[in-house]
Ligand binder design. Structure first.
Ligand SMILES: Nc1nc2c(ncn2[C@@H]2O[C@H](COP(=O)(O)OP(=O)(O)O)[C@@H](O)[C@H]2O)c(=O)[nH]1
Ligand SMILES: [Mg+2]
Length: 478
């Protein structure tokens, strides 16, 4: 998401950087470039215009300072950064828990926005921090909706309150009321209510959501919206704001190729914070939304905070410490260690998503590399190492032809792939040794990926290819 925006912002800021002194004409130019970029990213036209006007005003106010600053582009970038954060943060409110009784969260949004899936994600999120949520099925419009919530609840490990089938209970307002009584009796400290949506804004649907709101007095009303909504986002958000009143926004389908405009439009139009992000269909595809991190990403500065957090989650401290000790003790880095890193990396999520958080990842050469990055390569590499014996993992030198053939058979990969992995790994091992002796700078915290043909620790120098075709074939084979 936001890649196109990042690219255009970066280009605009780069052209500012090449200027020694900034004039008001330069500010006008960047403000108008920002407006165009926002509209191209699907930000509502009125929101984009307003945004650019504020950039212009704030940057112009700084003009005297900006003009003499040693790094005027940097100052303008800060102005944009502040504005992005302010917009995405809305009123800056935090999740509010009930002082007494269960905390009630009402989900509202159009059909297909991702409410039911998100209900499960949110329930799982709060459960993991020690809460005892109850999911409530108030979408009684579609025959399958209750069933869907039950599946989601099972995945989240959270109970679902639903009307008894065939009991003639077709009134979502009555279900919501009963669910609250049930939650009180069974000491659930949180109630998450899934509601029905329509394909478009519809007064009957809105009245129903409002009626559920009135009997449950929610602490939070979350507006769930598909990030791919585009120009309609602002209008839809405004309708829900007027119809039910929302306290925060959950943005879904961020794994798709949305241009990201909905985030800025919805936050601006409602004045409410984007607080959650849904990034896939699985119940674990959930993130808290951090406006400052998102702003940093949009401006091409990456998202190191999230990257560090995922690394911390994936590498339990024991593994991290063992690998670190091993590294500093001078022991050889082995395929067994590498396998451990691979598994941890796969826990962190897709490689392209991870590397995409690095500064500059969404522009220029690195972007191209990321696009060609194949996450399956990690899986293939792991399957090869998995087929090795512990002894082979400790010492690749014992891998003769017959062992390699056996590993290839066992992993379902070709002998060439096994050879490639061993070669790359041996090269990486060498680099690690050099790093230890302090001759090559290292990237802290980033695991080595000998199995990958793309972003990786570069072998010291690419061997020049032999002019002799037979020799060259041998080189290719390794
Ligand atoms: N790729 C992707 N699909 C999602 C995401 N959230 C929901 N979906 C899918 O979108 C469809 C509609 O979701 P659902 O929760 O039923 O939406 P609702 O009608 O608002 O309850 C389902 O197929 C979901 O699996 C997401 O973050 N990413
Ligand atoms: Mg639903």
């Amino acid at each position: 998401m936001f890649e196109a925006l990042t690219e255009r912002f970066s280009t605009a800021l780069k052209s500012l950087r090449s200027k020694g002194r900034l004039t008001s004409a330069d500010i006008d130019e960047i403000a108008s470039e920002i407006e165009d970029a926002l509209i191209a990213a699907d930000v509502a036209v009125e929101v984009a215009r307003e945004f650019s006007v504020r950039i212009k005003e704030n940057a112009t106010a700084l003009l005297d300072e900006v003009a003499t600053s040693t790094n005027p582009a940097q100052r303008v970038q800060e102005v944009i950064n502040q504005e992005l954060i302010a917009t995405l943060s809305g009123d800056g409110s935090r999740f509010s828990f009930a002082k007494r009784g269960p905390t009630v969260v009402l989900l509202a949004g159009l059909q297909g926005a991702g409410k039911t899936s998100f209900a499960g994600k949110l329930a799982r999120h709060f459960k993991s921090s020690g809460n005892t949520p109850l999911l409530v099925a108030c979408d009684l419009q579609r025959p399958n909706a209750v069933n869907q919530l039950q599946i989601v609840g099972e995945q989240a490990g959270v109970p679902v309150f639903a009307p008894e089938p065939g009991n003639g209970v077709g009134d979502p307002v009555a279900v919501a009321r009963k669910a609250l009584e049930f939650a009180n009796a069974k000491v659930h400290n949180m109630v998450i209510i899934d509601t029905a949506g329509r394909l478009g804004v519809d007064s009957e649907m809105m009245a129903q959501a409002a009626a559920i709101r009135d009997v449950t007095s929610p602490n939070e009303i979350l507006f769930v919206i598909d990030a791919m909504t585009g120009q309609d986002a602002a209008r839809t958000a405004r309708s829900f704001q007027e119809g039910v009143g929302i306290t925060a926004v959950a943005l879904t389908k961020l794994d798709g190729d949305a241009r990201g405009g909905a985030a800025l439009s919805v936050a601006r139009v409602t004045g409410k914070p984007i607080r959650y992000a849904s990034t896939g269909e699985k119940v674990t595809d959930f993130d808290l939304f951090h406006p400052d991190r998102m702003a940093s990403r949009i401006l091409g500065s990456g998202d190191i905070a999230t990257l560090a957090e995922s690394a911390k989650r994936a590498f339990d401290s024991e593994t991290a410490k063992r690998l670190e000790d091993k590294f500093s003790s001078g022991d050889d880095f082995t395929l067994a260690d590498f396998l451990e890193q691979l598994k941890a990396m796969r826990k962190m999520g897709s490689m392209s998503k991870l590397l995409g958080m690095l500064p500059g990842a969404q522009t220029g050469a690195m972007k191209k590399q990321l696009e060609s990055l194949d996450d399956n390569e990690l899986i293939r590499t792991q399957s090869i190492i998995d087929s090795m014996t512990p002894k082979e993992r400790e010492d690749v030198k014992i891998l003769n032809g017959s062992r390699r053939a056996r590993i290839a058979r066992g992993s379902g990969r070709s002998v060439k792939e096994v050879n490639d992995l061993v070669d790359r790994f041996t090269a990486a091992q060498k680099v690690m040794k050099q790093m230890r002796s302090g001759s090559t700078p290292q990237v802290p915290g980033l695991p080595v990926i000998p199995g990958s043909t793309r972003p990786k620790v570069q072998p010291t120098k690419k061997k020049s290819r032999s002019g002799n075709p037979a020799k060259r074939a041998l080189e290719d084979r390794g």
